[in-house]
Design a binder for this molecule. Sequence first.
Ligand code: AMP
Length: 486
Amino acid sequence: MEPAVTGRGPSPDRPLLAAAVAGEARGTIEVAGRRTGAAELLTAASAVADRIAGAATVAVHATPTPETVAAVLGCLLAGAAAVPVPPDAGPVERAHVLRDSAATLLLDPGGGVALPGVPVVPVDLRARSSTSWPEQPAAGTALVVYTSGTTGPPKGAVLSRAALAADLDALAAAWAWTPDDTLVHGLPLFHVHGLVLGVLGALRVGSALRHTGRPDPAAYAAAARAGGTLFFGVPTVWSRLAAAPSTASALRGARLLVSGSAALPAQVFARVEELTGHRIVERYGTTETLITVSARADGERRPGQVGTPLDGVTTRLVATDGTGADVPRDGRSMGELWVRGATLFDGYLGPGGRVRPAVDPDGWYRTGDVAVIDPDGWHRIVGRASTDLLDCGGFRIGAGEVEDAVRAHPAVREVAVVGLPDPDLGQRPVAYVVADGVTEAELVAFVAGTLSVHKRPREVRFVDALPRNALGKVLKHELAAGTAGS
Ligand code: AMP
């Protein structure tokens, strides 16, 4: 399916911050309630670039502030790799990121971060500079984003300017994103979703941006009333909106609602449609590949499915048994999703600053996600191969399918299914549930009445809350390790 190409269309050779640098950005950038024009922001960024000139790698204490935006832009102007550090990172995590990335400076938007051994540079939005920075080579590193794998400390994914540009152009085409839009979100600025799509996307396209601080329904509704058109959220944001009917209706006037970073429950999709009239566009990607698959602004949206590959991205579905065999795209067969294209990272940062490529000789990156692809190319993400594909008595069960079935019970607010070791079955599906007024037996019987009986949870553990990361993603490894609730 050909996505609609609007405006300029994909042209990754354009400078990364094209619209902003060319002075074409029409809208204002508002973060933490403070508004600046793109040109003003670039002048402040230029002053940051002056202060860090010559540094190869610079960490940014990534608070949700306009100073963080200026800090990252300053790195991009000066050609330094920016390493966003979560502001709530504990001392061990922060020290790991700084050591592993070999950052020689830390840009601190708020002031107050003290670090032994790494000079801290404050960021002042009022600072001005007249330095004219040339566009940096497209192959240069734009960002090193730390991502947690299943084992070991977080790894630095090295993302080039060209990969960012390719992804943002493909997304602008897929979502018909233009300078007329006002992008609204309240996502963290240390992750791909909030920083790359949510900030650099607006500056590349030239749209206005309103960062709401926190991604809560009232803030999204206020932004919608103020003219917001394009709204980004993770599934927890949309599920909170679905639970706030009087607030949600303010989003009726929006142009497009986008969800990603984790699976959007079909019930939330349906409820948001009832309340706002919008069928949410889902998108799928990883820190390493950026966004690779999405529904389109001018196309169909299917609950539970994430769409088709973006311009320039190809996907493969491959058997998980190690044979490397292709799995049929028949809407039923599960396989590991492999992706190839211009949006991929260069590799993980290794010792001595060396970048370890993570694609095979043909350019394929193994996502570690299990997916199903329909004959017409629509992708459904089953989940992580490591935690969401359960081997239960010889049956392969997708945790997401069981979660959807449990969530359909009216008493259930949240659920996560994991496979726990079982001497008889290999793994038994255990549902961690946040609910009021329902028993384990009732829930098991409810699911057995919806799905094949072998897919029912063998055990239900009621908890007060599910462990989640900053983006609202459930930390299944904590559940599987038994370190969270029981
Ligand atoms: P991260 O690198 O932190 O962005 O996490 C990427 C992972 O999030 C992917 O490998 C998927 O497991 C998951 N993910 C991202 N988007 C979606 C989506 N739309 N549906 C289901 N899972 C998703």
